[in-house]
Design a protein around this ligand. Structure first.
Ligand code: ATP
Length: 914
């Protein structure tokens, strides 16, 4: 079998037979040595890299653009007209642009692949009798895999045991409802969708637990077959790239029309036809912002890496853009705002409260100032035992044993071990026969154990649920009936502890003759365990930062309202006047038709408590319908729909289930709330950078078109030769634009309200700025040209050099015109960007070389204009900078006037919707 990597119909045979054939034992698993031997034979457990785009495909993509074809046409035309230098220059432009495009796209594609490798699937496997977490690529046939709710199945497996397990197989079969699974043998002719004793690679466990023997890995799995059929993966361009592409295309047509018009006018003024055709060609080439899509991709990819360095892994480039426009973060509590490092600090039992003093091995139990011995205290002892029995966490042997599982369950194991109740001895006494996985809608889980000829049910869950499911109490004097008033008393004690920020869990049990009873009925309540999960240190500052940035933070938790409220207050949400709403109160709201009453409640509420997973989806819709761009954090398998629905789904890398991670747009490697804020800042910086270089590039290109167009239109000599335009375009377009795209941003960006997501990339004020800057550069260049011709009496060749220098320098200084209006002239995000200075120095050097080097200057047609000409060009080149600064200053004053009298925070919050 090893040669094929695939067994014949493993579902039609007993699990033991399969285990025998694969030379493995479900209770032990393979040895590490055997696993690595099999890996040699079968290769890694992964699909063929159909997502990796080959370098050739990326190269071909560079030529699939109208701009490239236009450039090719221009080169051919120059060649036909006998202008070899022009043809070579255009070829250089083509090669350079193609090379830049190729390398940036290649790097972006490889970045995405590298990042997706970081978020690789991990899986729990039994090797040498120990359950370990391994990279799913290391799975081999014969491995015993432990499946839990939220896992993505990483290989095809025949189930050996199954407890209440359901899998979402929609990826494979198209069936959207989760399918129940079992471990019994089925008929050999069963169709794929009905093979209920198999778990297939790529499907997700929606609830329950199971163990299975891996029967096929990698391309040998059912998923592998499908993916082999659909090898061609389509990679979607981000909306931003699409928008830029559209802009670029529009400009192509506009430019062509302008170039044609200029050529025709020039011919009418008596310029020679070949010269005018060449000028038209050069204009078309010059005016097209070839660099736009390339610089944008580079900028996004770079942002993605910066985010990754800050622990936020982005699944899609477009998320970077949406993050910057986020207006509301719906965050969960446990693990995101808190550390998810739980410790048991007390027990609330029927007759007394017990405190846990000290930590770890020194933990002691005390009630009414008296120390208790847990072994001698029956009620406490049962509470500890239930915590261990009804528990799915795994702790390896030895001090450095691995700890896998829910921190809350690990805390229950830890406290019991310290009290002398060990899992191994308890499991011998109470053999587990069944497990009912945690049900998020009922908020309880249960296990059933065979003990002295009977069955003991151990239940733990949210206090409200467990108290309701109990009709008896475990008191000091034994089990007694619960009175009518008892539940109220328990709720009051639960509330008191919750108000101090403790997370409470109720523990209950029952004994029965059968293992098939409803686990959640007729229970005996043993008590509540109080757990402490401290607030993360960096959370209050991060919440303040998001409030300053005009982004609302709303907590949404499955926990008790009082526990949630205390943590929310400590985190700085809502402060004096914190409003909490219960998840069930949302039932009356219809997300499709938001009314004013609903909007008001949503506007006021800071915390939604006891929220069930389906309510999360509803909350996301409600906020979206009231105008918010919603980022939502989630970790559970049930969070996946809401994560998909949110504008930005954020999954937790440490705590999150694989299903949640796949559904999300961003994965936080450290689960920390502060990381979201850091990522959001990056999102804003990137969008602003892109806007900056769009304005910059377009105003430069516009000026080139206008200078030649107007000069030819009014009958002046042609002020710029085609080759010069191409040179300018290469020098002044690309380097400063790249530099702007690499800007790191500053703190100011997080003190502004979020941008309107519907706002176009180039909005009205920016169009004005482009027009004004383009006009100012044109005016300066033409004025310098005219002065050189008529005032300094330079010959037309030297006057052309003056025009060239004025335009080139003015375009360089133009980079300072795209600064944010609220910043100072000398100290702003542009002057502090080292890349900008680097680009300027480089460009100045290249311009000096073009004019100063005898060889190059004669090719480009740039004779020295003499000191006067040089002085004229330098002076005039500063004119557009001055005009730009006046405009920036005026727009700043206008904005300042608008917000005068309003407090900055009030301004930000009033601008945010709902
Ligand atoms: P958050 O939504 O902030 O992560 P949470 O973990 O409390 O908070 P859920 O996972 O929805 O939210 O859990 C809801 C409640 O169910 C918890 O407050 C707890 O009382 C109970 N609960 C959670 N996990 C378990 C479990 N493994 N076994 C039993 N009860 C649980």
């Amino acid at each position: 079998m090893e040669s094929t990597g695939r067994l014949e119909a493993p579902y039609a045979r007993d699990a033991e037979e399969i285990a025998g054939e694969l030379e493995t034992r479900p209770s032990r698993g393979l040895s590490s040595k055997e696993a690595s031997r099999r890996r040699q034979v079968h290769g890694p457990n992964q699909l063929r890299g159909h997502e990796t785009r080959s370098a050739l495909a990326i190269l071909a993509h560079q030529f699939a653009s109208i701009i490239v074809w236009l450039l090719c046409a221009a080169a051919v035309m120059s060649l036909v007209l006998g202008d070899v230098a022009d043809a070579v220059a255009i070829a250089v432009v083509l090669i350079l642009n193609g090379a830049i495009g190729f390398f940036t796209e290649l790097r972006a594609a490889r970045s995405m692949e590298a990042l997706s490798r970081i978020t690789k699937v991990r899986t729990r496997v039994r090797r040498e009798s120990q359950v370990k977490e391994v990279d799913a690529r290391g799975l081999v046939p014969g491995d015993i895999v432990v499946l839990d709710a939220g896992d993505i199945v990483a290989a095809d497996m025949r189930l050996v045991s199954a407890s209440n397990i359901y899998c979402d197989e929609s990826l494979l079969t198209g069936e959207s409802a989760p399918v129940a699974k079992h471990a019994s043998k089925i008929a050999a002719d069963t169709s794929l969708a009905e093979r209920a004793n198999m778990a297939f690679s790529g499907t997700a466990v929606t609830q329950g637990l199971a163990e299975g023997i891996v029967v096929a890995t990698g391309m040998a799995t059912e998923l592998g077959h499908i993916s082999a059929l659909a090898e061609e993966a389509v990679s979607e361009a981000s909306p931003l790239e699409k928008r830029l592409d559209k802009l670029g295309h529009k400009l192509v047509w506009l430019t062509l029309a302008l170039a044609a018009l200029t050529s025709v006018t020039g011919i009418m003024w008596g310029h020679s036809t070949p010269e005018m055709i060449k000028t038209g060609v050069a204009l078309a080439v010059a005016a097209i912002p070839e660099g736009l899509p390339v610089v944008a991709t580079l900028c996004l990819a770079r942002g993605m890496w910066r985010m990754a360095a800050r622990n936020a892994l982005v699944n899609q480039l477009s998320s970077v853009e949406t993050l910057g426009a986020t207006t509301l973060i719906l965050t969960d509590k446990t693990g995101t705002l808190t550390e998810n490092r739980m410790t048991a600090v007390g027990y609330i039992l029927a007759d007394r409260d017990i405190d846990v003093l000290g930590e770890g091995e020194n933990a002691r139990f005390s009630a009414d100032d008296r120390e208790l011995d847990p072994a001698e205290t029956e009620d406490l002892n049962w509470a500890l035992r239930i915590g261990v029995l009804c528990n799915t966490a795994e702790v390896g042997s030895g001090d450095a044993g691995t700890r896998i599982g829910d921190p809350m369950e690990l805390a229950l194991l830890a406290i019991a071990t310290n009290a002398g109740v060990t899992r191994s001895s308890l499991r011998k006494e109470f053999k587990e026969v069944k497990q009912y996985a945690f049900d998020p809608s009922r908020k309880m889980m249960a296990t059933v154990h065979a003990h002295e000829g009977q069955f003991v049910y151990a239940v733990k869950g949210a206090p409200e649920s467990v108290i309701e499911a109990s009709d008896k109490l475990f008191s000091k004097d034994g089990v007694r009936e619960m009175s009518e008033r008892d539940p109220d008393g328990w709720h009051a004690r639960n509330g008191r502890a919750a108000r101090s920020g403790q997370r409470l869990l109720a523990l209950a049990m029952k004994t029965a003759n059968s293992d098939a009873e409803d686990p959640y009925g007729g229970l005996t309540l043993v008590g509540l365990v109080c757990l402490l999960d401290p607030l993360r240190e960096d959370v209050p500052a991060a919440i303040r930062a998001s409030q300053d940035a005009g982004v609302r933070v709303v907590m949404m938790t499955g926990d008790h309202a009082d526990t949630a409220a205390k943590i929310a207050r400590d985190a700085g949400l809502g402060t004096d006047d914190l409003k909490v709403m219960a998840g069930r109160d949302l039932a009356e709201f219809d997300p499709e038709t938001p009314d004013e009453a609903m909007r008001k409640r949503l506007r006021e509420t800071d915390v939604f408590a006891r929220v069930a997973p389906d309510t999360k989806l509803k909350l996301v819709s409600l906020f979206q319908h009231s105008g918010h761009v919603v980022a939502m954090t989630g970790d559970g398998v049930n969070d996946a729909p809401a994560l998909k629905k949110a504008d930005i789904g954020i999954a937790m890398g440490l705590r999150g289930t694989q299903v949640a991670r796949e559904a999300a747009d961003i994965v936080l490697k450290d689960d920390a709330f502060a990381t979201i804020i850091a990522a959001m800042r990056q999102g804003r910086v990137i969008f602003e950078n892109i806007r900056k270089f769009v304005v910059y590039l377009m105003s430069c290109n516009l000026s080139e078109v206008l200078v030649v167009g107007i000069a030819v239109g009014i009958g002046l000599p042609v002020p710029l030769l085609p080759l010069q335009i191409l040179f300018l375009n290469l020098v002044t377009d690309v380097f400063p634009a790249f530099a702007l795209g690499l800007g790191k941003g500053d703190d100011e960006i997080m003190r502004q309200p979020p941008r309107d997501p519907h706002e176009p990339m180039v909005d009205a004020p920016r169009w004005w700025l482009i027009g004004l800057l383009g006009a100012a550069i044109t005016l300066a260049t033409l004025a310098a040209f005219a002065l050189a011709l008529f005032q300094l009496d330079l010959d037309p060749g030297k006057a052309v050099t003056v025009a060239f220098l004025t335009l080139a320098l003015a375009q360089l200084w133009n980079v300072f015109n795209v600064r944010r209006p609220s910043m100072k002239f000398f100290v702003n995000e542009i002057t502090r960007n080292p890349y900008v200075w680097g680009a300027l120095v480089l460009c100045l050097g290249l311009i000096a070389f073009a004019v100063g080097n005898p060889g190059l200057s004669s090719v480009l047609g740039l004779p020295s204009p003499g000191p006067q000409g040089l002085f004229l060009a330098c002076t005039m080149s500063f004119l557009p900078l001055a005009v730009g600064q006046v405009f920036v200053l005026m727009s700043h004053l206008r904005t300042a006037e608008r917000v005068a009298g309003r407090k900055p925070h009030a301004t930000l919050r009033s601008q945010a919707p709902g």
